[in-house]
Ligand binder design. Sequence first.
Ligand code: GTR
Length: 328
Amino acid sequence: MMISLTGVRRTLAASLLAGSVLAAPAAHALEIKSSDVHPMGYPTTDAIQYMSDLLDTWTAGRLKIKIFHSMQLGGEKEALEQVQVGALEMTRVSVGVVGPIVEEFNAFALPYFFKSVDHMHKVVDGEIGTNLLNKLEKGGLIGLGYMDAGSRSFYNNTRPIKSIEDLKGLKIRVMQNPIFIEMVNAMGGNGLPISFSELYTSLQTGVVDGAENNPPSYESGKHYEVAKYYTLTEHLMVPELFVFSKKVWDTLTPLDQQLIRKASVMAVEKERELWAAREQKSLAAIKALGYEVITDVDKAPFIAATEPVRMKFGEKYADLIKRAAAVK
Ligand code: GTR
Protein backbone atom coordinates (compact mmCIF):
# COMPACT_ATOMS: atom_id res chain seq x y z
CA MET A 1 0.00 0.00 0.00
CA MET A 2 1.29 3.43 -0.91
CA ILE A 3 1.20 6.00 1.83
CA SER A 4 0.72 9.48 0.52
CA LEU A 5 2.92 12.32 1.75
CA THR A 6 -0.17 14.24 2.73
CA GLY A 7 -1.26 11.26 4.78
CA VAL A 8 2.09 11.13 6.55
CA ARG A 9 1.94 14.87 7.18
CA ARG A 10 -1.55 14.52 8.56
CA THR A 11 -0.55 11.69 10.88
CA LEU A 12 2.53 13.63 12.02
CA ALA A 13 0.53 16.77 12.64
CA ALA A 14 -2.05 14.76 14.54
CA SER A 15 0.53 13.10 16.75
CA LEU A 16 2.30 16.38 17.35
CA LEU A 17 -0.99 17.82 18.45
CA ALA A 18 -1.56 14.82 20.65
CA GLY A 19 1.92 15.36 22.07
CA SER A 20 2.97 11.83 21.18
CA VAL A 21 6.02 12.70 19.09
CA LEU A 22 8.92 13.44 21.40
CA ALA A 23 11.91 15.07 19.81
CA ALA A 24 15.11 13.27 20.83
CA PRO A 25 17.41 15.83 22.47
CA ALA A 26 20.24 16.93 20.20
CA ALA A 27 23.71 17.63 21.58
CA HIS A 28 24.05 21.34 22.15
CA ALA A 29 26.49 23.71 23.80
CA LEU A 30 25.64 24.52 27.39
CA GLU A 31 27.18 26.80 29.93
CA ILE A 32 25.94 25.20 33.12
CA LYS A 33 25.29 27.87 35.74
CA SER A 34 26.07 26.58 39.23
CA SER A 35 25.81 28.42 42.54
CA ASP A 36 27.63 28.11 45.84
CA VAL A 37 27.62 30.27 48.95
CA HIS A 38 31.39 29.84 49.30
CA PRO A 39 34.08 31.78 47.43
CA MET A 40 36.44 30.25 44.89
CA GLY A 41 39.35 28.60 46.65
CA TYR A 42 36.96 26.66 48.91
CA PRO A 43 36.90 22.84 48.50
CA THR A 44 33.37 22.77 47.08
CA THR A 45 33.83 25.55 44.52
CA ASP A 46 37.22 24.24 43.48
CA ALA A 47 35.78 20.76 42.98
CA ILE A 48 33.04 22.16 40.73
CA GLN A 49 35.68 24.11 38.81
CA TYR A 50 37.57 20.84 38.36
CA MET A 51 34.35 19.26 37.07
CA SER A 52 33.97 22.13 34.61
CA ASP A 53 37.54 21.69 33.36
CA LEU A 54 36.90 17.98 32.78
CA LEU A 55 33.71 18.61 30.82
CA ASP A 56 35.37 21.40 28.86
CA THR A 57 38.21 19.08 27.83
CA TRP A 58 36.02 16.10 27.03
CA THR A 59 33.64 18.11 24.84
CA ALA A 60 36.12 20.58 23.32
CA GLY A 61 34.42 23.46 25.09
CA ARG A 62 30.80 22.46 24.37
CA LEU A 63 29.95 21.82 28.03
CA LYS A 64 31.36 23.86 30.90
CA ILE A 65 30.26 25.26 34.21
CA LYS A 66 30.04 28.91 35.21
CA ILE A 67 30.23 29.17 38.97
CA PHE A 68 28.23 31.86 40.74
CA HIS A 69 30.19 31.77 44.00
CA SER A 70 30.21 33.84 47.19
CA MET A 71 26.41 34.01 47.52
CA GLN A 72 26.06 36.02 44.29
CA LEU A 73 22.72 34.27 43.86
CA GLY A 74 21.75 34.46 47.53
CA GLY A 75 21.23 31.65 50.00
CA GLU A 76 20.80 27.91 49.53
CA LYS A 77 17.02 27.70 49.84
CA GLU A 78 16.59 30.17 46.98
CA ALA A 79 19.21 28.37 44.89
CA LEU A 80 17.37 25.07 45.26
CA GLU A 81 14.13 26.70 44.16
CA GLN A 82 15.85 28.15 41.10
CA VAL A 83 17.23 24.74 40.18
CA GLN A 84 13.83 23.10 40.64
CA VAL A 85 12.22 25.46 38.12
CA GLY A 86 15.17 25.25 35.72
CA ALA A 87 16.26 28.89 36.02
CA LEU A 88 19.60 27.65 37.33
CA GLU A 89 21.18 24.38 36.15
CA MET A 90 23.15 23.39 39.23
CA THR A 91 23.80 24.21 42.87
CA ARG A 92 25.88 22.91 45.74
CA VAL A 93 24.07 23.02 49.09
CA SER A 94 24.16 21.48 52.54
CA VAL A 95 21.98 18.42 53.07
CA GLY A 96 20.68 20.43 56.03
CA VAL A 97 18.34 22.42 53.77
CA VAL A 98 17.18 19.55 51.56
CA GLY A 99 14.74 18.04 54.09
CA PRO A 100 11.73 19.96 52.71
CA ILE A 101 12.31 18.25 49.33
CA VAL A 102 13.22 14.71 50.45
CA GLU A 103 12.41 14.33 54.10
CA GLU A 104 14.68 11.36 54.74
CA PHE A 105 17.72 13.58 54.25
CA ASN A 106 16.89 14.89 57.69
CA ALA A 107 18.38 11.69 59.10
CA PHE A 108 21.81 13.01 58.06
CA ALA A 109 21.04 16.29 59.81
CA LEU A 110 20.57 14.74 63.25
CA PRO A 111 23.08 15.74 65.94
CA TYR A 112 25.85 13.21 66.61
CA PHE A 113 24.42 10.90 63.97
CA PHE A 114 27.47 9.70 62.02
CA LYS A 115 30.16 7.98 64.06
CA SER A 116 33.08 9.15 61.94
CA VAL A 117 33.95 10.54 58.53
CA ASP A 118 34.57 6.99 57.41
CA HIS A 119 31.10 5.94 58.58
CA MET A 120 29.53 8.91 56.80
CA HIS A 121 31.37 8.05 53.57
CA LYS A 122 30.21 4.45 53.73
CA VAL A 123 26.59 5.47 54.27
CA VAL A 124 26.45 8.10 51.52
CA ASP A 125 28.46 5.99 49.05
CA GLY A 126 26.34 2.92 49.72
CA GLU A 127 22.77 1.90 49.05
CA ILE A 128 21.25 4.39 51.53
CA GLY A 129 22.99 7.41 50.04
CA THR A 130 22.29 6.36 46.46
CA ASN A 131 18.63 5.77 47.21
CA LEU A 132 18.24 9.22 48.68
CA LEU A 133 19.96 10.83 45.69
CA ASN A 134 17.49 9.07 43.41
CA LYS A 135 14.55 10.30 45.45
CA LEU A 136 15.50 13.89 44.62
CA GLU A 137 14.14 13.34 41.14
CA LYS A 138 10.55 13.61 42.31
CA GLY A 139 11.49 17.04 43.65
CA GLY A 140 12.74 18.14 40.25
CA LEU A 141 16.41 17.54 41.05
CA ILE A 142 19.05 15.17 39.78
CA GLY A 143 21.37 14.27 42.64
CA LEU A 144 24.89 14.25 41.25
CA GLY A 145 26.83 13.51 44.40
CA TYR A 146 27.78 14.21 47.99
CA MET A 147 30.59 16.36 49.23
CA ASP A 148 32.36 16.45 52.58
CA ALA A 149 31.81 19.26 55.02
CA GLY A 150 33.45 17.86 58.16
CA SER A 151 31.88 18.52 61.54
CA ARG A 152 30.14 21.64 62.75
CA SER A 153 31.00 23.26 66.08
CA PHE A 154 29.82 26.29 68.06
CA TYR A 155 31.32 29.75 68.03
CA ASN A 156 30.19 32.97 69.67
CA ASN A 157 31.26 36.38 70.84
CA THR A 158 30.05 36.25 74.44
CA ARG A 159 32.18 33.66 76.21
CA PRO A 160 34.25 30.59 75.44
CA ILE A 161 32.09 27.45 75.54
CA LYS A 162 33.96 25.11 77.84
CA SER A 163 30.96 23.05 78.89
CA ILE A 164 27.32 22.75 77.90
CA GLU A 165 26.34 25.24 80.63
CA ASP A 166 28.17 27.98 78.73
CA LEU A 167 25.67 27.71 75.87
CA LYS A 168 22.84 28.73 78.18
CA GLY A 169 20.77 31.60 76.79
CA LEU A 170 23.06 32.27 73.82
CA LYS A 171 21.30 33.14 70.57
CA ILE A 172 22.79 30.81 68.00
CA ARG A 173 22.19 31.05 64.27
CA VAL A 174 21.33 27.75 62.61
CA MET A 175 20.53 26.60 59.08
CA GLN A 176 16.88 26.81 58.06
CA ASN A 177 15.60 23.48 59.34
CA PRO A 178 13.55 22.93 62.54
CA ILE A 179 15.92 20.12 63.62
CA PHE A 180 18.72 22.59 64.15
CA ILE A 181 16.56 25.00 66.15
CA GLU A 182 15.49 22.23 68.51
CA MET A 183 19.05 20.91 68.67
CA VAL A 184 20.38 24.22 70.00
CA ASN A 185 17.40 24.66 72.32
CA ALA A 186 17.95 21.16 73.72
CA MET A 187 21.49 22.17 74.62
CA GLY A 188 20.27 25.26 76.48
CA GLY A 189 20.83 27.88 73.78
CA ASN A 190 18.34 29.68 71.61
CA GLY A 191 18.39 28.52 67.97
CA LEU A 192 17.54 31.08 65.29
CA PRO A 193 17.23 30.09 61.61
CA ILE A 194 18.97 32.61 59.36
CA SER A 195 20.29 32.32 55.82
CA PHE A 196 24.06 31.94 55.49
CA SER A 197 24.05 35.05 53.32
CA GLU A 198 22.91 37.13 56.32
CA LEU A 199 25.06 35.49 58.95
CA TYR A 200 28.09 37.78 59.10
CA THR A 201 25.91 40.87 59.54
CA SER A 202 23.71 39.09 62.08
CA LEU A 203 26.79 38.32 64.17
CA GLN A 204 28.15 41.80 63.73
CA THR A 205 24.96 43.57 64.76
CA GLY A 206 24.24 41.21 67.63
CA VAL A 207 21.06 39.73 66.13
CA VAL A 208 22.73 36.50 67.23
CA ASP A 209 25.54 35.86 69.72
CA GLY A 210 27.01 33.02 67.75
CA ALA A 211 26.58 30.30 65.20
CA GLU A 212 27.89 26.85 64.39
CA ASN A 213 29.86 25.63 61.44
CA ASN A 214 32.93 23.72 60.32
CA PRO A 215 36.39 25.34 60.62
CA PRO A 216 36.71 26.13 56.87
CA SER A 217 33.40 28.06 56.82
CA TYR A 218 34.26 29.88 60.05
CA GLU A 219 37.63 30.83 58.61
CA SER A 220 36.59 31.53 55.03
CA GLY A 221 33.61 33.68 56.09
CA LYS A 222 35.87 35.57 58.54
CA HIS A 223 33.28 34.88 61.22
CA TYR A 224 36.05 34.96 63.82
CA GLU A 225 36.11 38.74 63.39
CA VAL A 226 32.64 38.90 64.93
CA ALA A 227 32.55 35.69 67.02
CA LYS A 228 35.91 34.98 68.52
CA TYR A 229 35.45 31.83 70.61
CA TYR A 230 35.34 28.51 68.74
CA THR A 231 34.77 25.20 70.55
CA LEU A 232 35.10 21.81 68.90
CA THR A 233 31.75 20.35 69.97
CA GLU A 234 31.45 18.60 66.56
CA HIS A 235 27.73 18.13 67.10
CA LEU A 236 26.77 17.79 63.44
CA MET A 237 28.33 16.06 60.47
CA VAL A 238 26.08 17.13 57.64
CA PRO A 239 27.25 16.15 54.18
CA GLU A 240 26.65 18.41 51.20
CA LEU A 241 25.04 17.77 47.85
CA PHE A 242 25.38 19.04 44.34
CA VAL A 243 22.28 18.77 42.24
CA PHE A 244 21.21 19.42 38.66
CA SER A 245 17.88 20.70 37.41
CA LYS A 246 15.76 17.81 36.14
CA LYS A 247 14.03 20.20 33.77
CA VAL A 248 17.32 20.98 32.04
CA TRP A 249 18.66 17.44 32.45
CA ASP A 250 15.81 16.09 30.34
CA THR A 251 16.92 18.27 27.42
CA LEU A 252 20.42 16.75 27.41
CA THR A 253 21.50 13.81 25.28
CA PRO A 254 22.15 10.53 27.12
CA LEU A 255 25.83 10.96 26.28
CA ASP A 256 26.01 14.42 27.84
CA GLN A 257 24.20 13.10 30.90
CA GLN A 258 26.81 10.35 31.15
CA LEU A 259 29.65 12.83 30.84
CA ILE A 260 28.18 14.96 33.62
CA ARG A 261 27.72 11.87 35.80
CA LYS A 262 31.32 10.81 35.19
CA ALA A 263 32.69 14.29 35.92
CA SER A 264 30.56 14.36 39.10
CA VAL A 265 32.13 11.18 40.44
CA MET A 266 35.55 12.70 39.86
CA ALA A 267 34.48 15.98 41.48
CA VAL A 268 33.38 14.08 44.60
CA GLU A 269 36.82 12.47 44.89
CA LYS A 270 38.54 15.78 44.31
CA GLU A 271 36.45 17.55 46.96
CA ARG A 272 37.24 14.88 49.56
CA GLU A 273 40.96 15.37 49.00
CA LEU A 274 40.67 19.14 49.14
CA TRP A 275 38.44 18.98 52.21
CA ALA A 276 40.77 16.79 54.27
CA ALA A 277 43.65 19.19 53.68
CA ARG A 278 41.58 22.32 54.25
CA GLU A 279 40.07 21.40 57.62
CA GLN A 280 43.42 21.27 59.39
CA LYS A 281 44.70 24.31 57.53
CA SER A 282 41.69 26.36 58.62
CA LEU A 283 42.08 25.42 62.28
CA ALA A 284 45.76 26.33 62.13
CA ALA A 285 44.96 29.64 60.42
CA ILE A 286 42.39 30.58 63.09
CA LYS A 287 44.88 29.83 65.86
CA ALA A 288 47.64 31.70 64.02
CA LEU A 289 45.40 34.77 63.91
CA GLY A 290 45.30 34.58 67.70
CA TYR A 291 41.76 33.26 68.18
CA GLU A 292 40.99 30.76 70.87
CA VAL A 293 39.98 27.26 69.76
CA ILE A 294 38.79 25.03 72.59
CA THR A 295 39.56 21.48 71.62
CA ASP A 296 39.12 19.53 74.85
CA VAL A 297 35.42 19.98 75.58
CA ASP A 298 33.62 16.97 77.07
CA LYS A 299 31.10 15.95 74.40
CA ALA A 300 29.12 13.51 76.56
CA PRO A 301 26.70 16.15 77.96
CA PHE A 302 26.07 17.53 74.45
CA ILE A 303 25.32 14.03 73.17
CA ALA A 304 22.99 13.30 76.09
CA ALA A 305 21.14 16.62 75.78
CA THR A 306 20.36 16.02 72.12
CA GLU A 307 18.98 12.51 72.56
CA PRO A 308 15.34 13.79 72.55
CA VAL A 309 16.01 15.53 69.23
CA ARG A 310 17.32 12.31 67.67
CA MET A 311 14.31 10.47 69.05
CA LYS A 312 11.75 13.01 67.90
CA PHE A 313 13.04 13.69 64.40
CA GLY A 314 14.47 10.23 63.87
CA GLU A 315 11.21 8.45 64.59
CA LYS A 316 9.92 8.83 61.04
CA TYR A 317 13.02 7.33 59.50
CA ALA A 318 13.72 4.79 62.21
CA ASP A 319 14.43 2.05 59.69
CA LEU A 320 16.83 4.15 57.65
CA ILE A 321 18.61 5.20 60.84
CA LYS A 322 18.91 1.62 61.98
CA ARG A 323 20.34 0.56 58.64
CA ALA A 324 22.75 3.52 58.59
CA ALA A 325 23.93 2.76 62.11
CA ALA A 326 24.62 -0.83 61.08
CA VAL A 327 26.85 0.21 58.14
CA LYS A 328 30.38 -0.93 58.90
C1 GTR B 1 28.55 25.57 55.34
C2 GTR B 1 28.05 24.80 54.16
C3 GTR B 1 27.07 25.60 53.38
C4 GTR B 1 25.99 26.16 54.28
C5 GTR B 1 26.56 26.84 55.48
C6 GTR B 1 25.47 27.28 56.46
O1 GTR B 1 29.37 24.73 56.10
O2 GTR B 1 29.11 24.47 53.30
O3 GTR B 1 26.52 24.77 52.41
O4 GTR B 1 25.16 25.15 54.72
O5 GTR B 1 27.48 26.00 56.14
O6 GTR B 1 25.68 27.18 57.64
O7 GTR B 1 24.41 27.71 56.01
